[in-house]
Design a protein around this ligand. Sequence first.
Ligand SMILES: [Zn+2]
Length: 457
Amino acid sequence: MTAEGRIGLLLPSWAKREALRSGSSVQLKAAQNEPPPLQKVREADVQALKLRGEQVATCIFCDNELTEGTKPEHILLNALGGRKTTRRVDCSMCNGKFGSTIDNEVGKQVAVLRNMLQLDSGTGGEPTMLRKIQSGGDVINLMNDGTPELVAKPFSIRKLENGGFELLITTKSVEEIEPYVPHIAAQLRCTEEQVFQILKSTTGSYVERRPETVHHALGFGGPIAVRSAAKSALVLWATLTGSDEVKLPQYDDVRRFITDGDEAFNLTRAHLDSRYLPEATELVRRFGKFFNLIYVRSNESGRVVAHFTLYNVISWHIVLAETGGTPNARIALVSNPLEPAEWSDTIADEVEIDFAWLDSPDYTDELKRARERLEGALRHHVETQRERELSRIIDAVFTKRGIVGEHELFKDPRLWQEIIAEIGHRFALHALGLPYVETVSGEEIAARLRAVRDKGA
Ligand SMILES: [Zn+2]
């Protein structure tokens, strides 16, 4: 390459081109002796590249372009009540893949706790229903709102030796028998009218009872869930330091761990931590007793460690970079799963957690401390469940008397007394774990089923 060509390339200003065109060797020499412009242009080039790089941001995991249409990534998982999202770190494809794999694993692990504590997702989704749970001799479903429901066949028919039969119906209410009437008729080879006659001659009983103790196995962690925690922490860190930083080689290991899993990484760079956070009291005061916290901090040599606390019960320590990350920086995200609108991504400015503390995980107590905190969560469940049950019983007693929604003040003191007595009675039985039984006559069953039919017709 000639000197002329080189200079022409590096100095693309009109003035210099004019000079080149004149072909004067002196001018060329002069131009060659100008190292500062060369340096400047290099810087300009780099800056231009950087600008372009920011306009066309790419995914930190696969280099896919990030656009305005990129799906927002929940930094703290939506399932954990996370609301803060970013479109600037990973692409929709990776987001979707994580959602159905590593994030899904965390979602499954916290499903029981979410149902028990009634924790909505970040976007307001209800907890998932827990199906087919053994409760003493029964199998129950725990509905989205935590209400237990018996899993039973709606009806069964047993032939008796004397040629007769026994019809057993199990539904939540008398009204719910109605859709089964044609099926019962078909099995008994009779008309629907005959089914009504049979029902009329029986007595039904409405039984309400508290489910037996349910044993849930709660397990948090494992390599798949830790990958999800590492992803949350790395994405949070990228929002502070920029995506380019976490694409550097010093983050290769953690990125590979997140995308593909890596047993060696899991053993050496991710650790359980059951210590109480030094600032737990302050965090509980502001974000409730089950706060979720992601705290990422680096020291002066750029060692970057993440501390991920799940429901203030158990934590993970994950080394995002051994060295060479942005030094002396910190960012944290905290959120209240009981009230997902209460969260903060500036908490690291207000609550400082020492790097040395973050970087010395410990669970030598064999998770005794974590168990203590989990028991606290269960107590909270029992307390809130009792309140919910009380209001459910009150609703049921009112509804039975046709009192729904807004109503007139009670003018009849006897009705009021009756209501209070029934609520007290039912709640006492519930508290003692005894069933509440209410008999329904066959006549009433038939009449209520006909009422359902008339409404439908
Ligand atoms: Zn991607």
